[in-house]
Design a protein around this ligand. Structure first.
Ligand SMILES: Cc1ncc(COP(=O)(O)O)c(C=O)c1O
Length: 361
């Protein structure tokens, strides 16, 4: 049986697949590890999805046209500037297939979303990674000189939560003769976006998702905004029915329920800032975040910040049924833990347990 695997493209044997965050199904975990919204969707969204169930014997609308129109209207763009994906992951994949991958120069900054190199590898390409600075600053000069055909920038960055300045993004877009993807998966939690750059920079693609601020991670809907030739190229290679009926209906209803989401996002942003203040009060380094998570370097007396302290707190929290995300594979990220901002009750428990770890001698 083993030999059958060798029928595959040879480079796939050494491909490191993407490792999603832990997704325990059920149990009494406080789940603060994959940056989801801690609230179930409003009734109107659930009803819209349930309403589509009666039409599941019919194929979905192939272009996701109504959703494209609704998004185009929201951002004062044309429908030709919008494409919908099965999660933004689907669109990142299309971007690699169209503009990066094999025989192309595909670049990213590190750390960022660890799916980019995997998608590049699947296409037989190699990712060039430019490390962010020690405080996760954008290495503007190196990236500008990268000669990338396709460059991925995550802003607000994951896992730091820091958003890159539009002027730096514009300079980068003008320096490289390739596509610059600005992954704005967390932008609704930020104080601004790169949207205005689309007016002047035809090589910028903004990807966004309904998985985070819209709390629809389980539905799988994302979108990209870009100049019409870029969107047309992506449309040419996507699966014809890449977004199912339930997802199109749910995302449309979520857009219509805007006020509900604005309240929730405001709540999360305020809570994020309060939690950061408490953690900083522990004496920990915590980056200012424009997302729905915080990156922190735990430390206590006799236990300085570092990979061991991060592992210790993660284990301590896990024993108490609180899940956070650790990035142990790289020295740049090993001292840190990332915690998603959950409900007030969840954050109270997290802070209580973290404080107990902090007080130990
Ligand atoms: C930076 C970033 N981009 C994209 C995604 C994927 O989002 P989606 O659920 O829309 O595929 C994630 C999910 O964690 C992310 O962190």
């Amino acid at each position: 049986m083993m030999e059958i695997a060798s029928y595959a493209k040879p480079y796939l044997a050494s491909l490191q697949p993407y490792v999603p965050g832990e997704q325990p199904q059920g149990g009494d975990w406080i789940k603060l590890n994959t940056n989801e919204l801690p609230y179930a969707p409003p009734a109107t969204v659930r009803e819209a999805i349930a309403g589509e169930a009666a039409r599941l014997h019919r194929y979905p609308e192939p272009l996701s046209g109504r959703l494209r129109e609704a998004l185009a209207e929201r951002f004062c763009l044309e429908t030709g500037n919008v494409i919908i994906g099965n999660g933004s992951d689907d669109l990142l994949n299309l971007l690699v297939r169209a503009f990066g991958g094999r025989g192309r120069r595909t670049a990213e900054t590190f750390p960022s979303y660890s799916l980019y190199p995997v998608l590049t590898g699947i296409d037989g390409g190699e990712m060039v990674s430019f490390p962010l600075g020690p405080a996760f600053e954008l290495p503007e000069e190196a990236v500008s000189a990268s000669g990338a055909d396709l460059l991925f920038l995550t802003s607000p960055n994951a896992p730091s939560g820091i958003r890159f300045a539009n002027e730096a993004l514009r300079r980068i877009a003008r320096s490289i003769k390739g596509i610059v993807v600005i992954d704005e998966a967390y932008v609704e939690f930020a104080s601004g976006s790169a949207l205005s750059l689309l007016e002047t920079e035809a090589n910028i693609v903004i990807t966004r998702t309904f998985s985070k601020a819209y709390g629809l991670a389980g539905l799988r809907v994302g979108y990209a905004l870009a100049s019409s030739p870029v969107i047309a190229t992506l449309d040419r290679i996507r699966d014809s029915y890449n977004v199912n009926r339930l997802s199109q209906a749910g995302a449309l209803a979520a857009l219509a329920a805007g006020d509900w989401y604005v309240d929730k996002v405001t709540e999360i942003r305020n809570r994020r800032d309060r939690v950061r203040a408490t953690l900083t009060g522990f004496g920990w380094k915590v980056f200012p975040s424009e997302s729905n998570f915080l990156l922190m370097a735990p430390a206590r007396k006799g236990f300085p910040a570092g990979a061991e302290a991060a592992a210790s707190l993660e284990g301590w929290l896990r024993e108490r049924r609180v899940l956070v995300r650790r990035f142990s594979a790289n020295p740049l990220t090993a001292p840190y833990l990332r915690v998603t901002v959950g409900t007030q009750e969840e954050m109270d428990t997290f802070l209580k347990e973290a404080d107990e770890w902090n007080q130990r001698v």
